[in-house]
Structures are given as structure tokens and as C-alpha cells.
Design a protein around this ligand. Structure first.
Ligand code: NAD
Length: 320
């Protein structure tokens, strides 16, 4: 008898982000099998048991178990949320150093299992670590995806929805660039109900360009505020990871702002950075090149420079 195809995910790192993602995944019934892996195996095992106890209320059965890297050999998707967070007094580069070491160990172990699927990376700095996973794994670039600016874009759409008093689902806008301080909003092509938002502001005294700038700053700095309040951010990103997972397993060809390897697009090469991409069962099917204004082009190039010059070039032999 032919066995039905099982959709499976291995999640590495069941901390705040990882466990929120796992919980969202079982609640939406996206996959058949979910394997939890963490250096703290007791936590992974306890999470698996806890989630299985809620399965009776899930829309689709998900077989949740804890496991080891050997279990990655025939999974479709490996999602990495493992790593250490920035500590007081530590620079961003200290964090990169530590997480690159952790990632080398993780990716080597996953690849030794015989894994031949798609990687999805959420750990920060996500653009750098996505590049590292691509390098360490030797997989095609289309099969290494970073969460990129999916969360930043969701925050922007939510904030614009509040401002214009419409659902964020009806706001079309992207944040592109580094998932971090050098990211930028692409307002020149943003729209509500097919009306460009710059035109919307021009035609209505209630709205202003100053407000639009403030909305972006609020969006960009949202994580700092949330961290002040509760120490970490995890629900928003876990929903972003879920959205990418859904696009993969349902072969959606959905356009999502993720961290992808640029190979000439946006006149840029050899960097992972957040841009809108078509995502399906094969991973990144293609990269969408937005028509940027001159100011947006300058900001995007600056973001590329930040990632390549300040960080990537220190660790990898890249084409500057
Ligand atoms: P956390 O400390 O709660 O969880 C990290 C987990 O990784 C822990 O369970 C830890 O045991 C595990 N871990 C550490 N080293 C490991 C190793 N070598 N192998 C396996 N597991 C290991 O942190 P968190 O709040 O869940 O955040 C995780 C990452 O997600 C951070 O880097 C954070 O900055 C990032 N993050 C990204 C976004 C985004 O938009 N991309 C948003 C929020 C958080």
C-alpha cells in the first residue's frame, strides 16, 4: 500500500520563539509531524508532552515528539530558533560570534543526518545567520530562507491599518533590508485599496507625511519597547514563521518579505537580506524587485553595506 505523504518539521530551539511557533503550528494544523530539538532536551521533551495533551482540540492531528539531530534526515523543513540573546554590555558583534559558533554545530549535525530539505532561520542577527546556514549546509540558496522582514512588515501593516482605520490585510506595504536598525519602509509602492498611500495622504488633511515617518519609527523600534515590557518578543515572529511554513507546505507561491540570497537582484550580490519573494514547496521560487524611489535605493544600499561591510566581511570571504 502506498503510504500518504507526511509533512514534517524539525524545530531546533524550543525557547520563547520556538515554543510559540510550535504552539501556533499545532493550532493551525499545518504539519503532520513536529520534532522538537533543544540543547535542553528535558525542556523539549516536556514541551512535546504538554502540546500532545492539547491535541484533542487541534484542527488536525500533529505528532509532536522530542528528538535529536539524527531525526532530521527525512524531515521537509528545519526551523532554527536556537541561540543566545544579547546580554547587557555585549556588542552585536559578540552576539554574532557566539551564534555563528552555535550555528556551525547545529547545521553540521543536521547535514550529517542526511537532511535534504529547506532551512528556515529566525535567530538573530537573522540575515547573517541565514548566510551562514547557506554556507555551512551547501544547500541551494533557494532552500535556505531567513525570516527577514516578515515581522517588521506585519508590524508596519498593522500600524498603517490602525492609522487609516482599515484591516491590515487590506494594507499592502513592505519593509525591506536588514532585520534591524538599517531597514526601510517602501512607501513609494505602498497602497490601501489600490490607492498609493502617498496619494492618500496628499488628498486628505487628516493624514500627514510626518505621521507616516513616525509610524515607521514606531515599527522599526517596536522590539525595544516589547523587550522593555516583557524581556523578549515571540508571538509576532512565531506567527511570521507560521506564515512562511504554510506557504511552503501548501505550495502557495505567496509573496512574503523574507531574507533571501541576492545574486544580482537590486544590483546586489552575495548577501542575505529581506526582500519580497515568491515562496512555495521548493523554497524561494523567485525574488520580486520592487521599483524603489531614489531615496529608498540609497537606504537599501546602506542596509546592504551594513550587513556586508560591518559583519559578513569579518567572517566570510564575500564579494563586496
Ligand atoms: P530563548 O533563550 O528563549 O531560546 C533559545 C533556545 O535555544 C533555548 O531553549 C536554548 O536552550 C536553545 N539553544 C541554545 N543553544 C543551543 C544549541 N547549541 N542547540 C540547540 N538549542 C540551543 O530565546 P528566544 O526568545 O526564543 O529567541 C530565540 C532567537 O530568536 C533569538 O536570537 C532572538 O533574537 C530571535 N528572534 C528573532 C526574531 C525575528 O524577527 N527574526 C524575533 C524575535 C526573536
Amino acid at each position: 500500500m502506498r503510504m500518504p505523504k507526511i509533512n514534517s518539521v524539525a524545530l531546533i530551539g524550543t525557547g520563547a520563539v520556538g515554543s510559540s511557533y510550535a504552539f501556533a503550528l499545532i493550532n493551525q494544523g499545518i504539519v503532520d509531524e513536529l520534532i522538537l530539538i533543544d540543547i535542553n532536551s528535558e525542556k523539549a521533551e516536556a514541551d512535546a508532552t504538554d502540546m500532545n495533551h492539547g491535541m484533542i482540540a487541534a484542527p488536525h492531528p500533529t505528532d509532536v515528539k522530542y528528538g535529536t539531530y539524527n531525526d532530521c534526515h527525512d524531515v521537509d523543513l528545519v526551523v532554527i530558533c536556537a541561540g543566545v540573546a544579547q546580554k547587557k554590555g555585549e556588542t552585536r558583534l559578540d552576539l554574532v560570534d557566539k551564534n555563528l559558533k552555535i550555528f556551525k554545530g547545529i547545521v553540521d549535525s543536521v547535514m550529517e543526518s542526511g537532511f535534504d530539505g529547506i532551512f528556515l532561520v529566525a535567530t538573530n542577527p537573522v540575515d547573517i545567520l541565514s548566510y551562514a546556514v547557506w554556507k555551512y549546509s551547501g544547500l541551494p540558496k533557494e532552500r535556505v530562507i531567513g525570516s527577514g522582514t516578515i515581522l517588521d512588515t506585519a508590524r508596519l501593516r498593522y500600524n498603517l491599518g490602525q492609522y487609516f482605520n482599515v484591516s491590515p490585510n487590506n494594507v499592502h506595504a513592505y519593509i525591506i533590508g536588514e532585520h534591524g536598525d538599517s531597514e526601510l519602509p517602501v512607501y513609494s509602492t505602498a497602497s490601501v485599496a489600490n490607492t498609493n498611500i502617498l496619494k492618500l495622504i496628499d488628498n486628505n488633511n487628516e493624514y500627514s507625511f510626518e505621521d507616516l515617518d513616525a509610524i515607521f519609527i514606531d515599527t522599526r523600534d517596536a522590539a525595544y519597547k516589547i523587550i522593555e515590557g516583557k524581556g523578549a518578543t515571540y508571538y509576532g515572529i512565531s506567527m511570521g514563521l507560521l506564515r512562511i511554513t504554510k506557504a511552503i507546505f501548501r505550495n502557495e507561491n505567496a509573496i512574503l518579505p523574507v531574507s533571501a540570497y541576492l545574486d544580482g537582484q537590486y544590483a546586489t550580490k552575495d548577501v542575505y537580506i529581506g526582500v519580497p519573494c515568491v515562496v512555495n514547496r521548493e523554497g524561494i521560487q523567485s525574488i520580486i524587485e520592487l521599483e524603489l524611489s531614489n531615496k529608498e535605493k540609497t537606504l537599501f544600499n546602506n542596509s546592504v553595506k551594513t550587513l556586508k561591510g560591518e559583519i559578513l566581511a569579518k567572517y566570510f570571504d564575500i564579494q563586496l
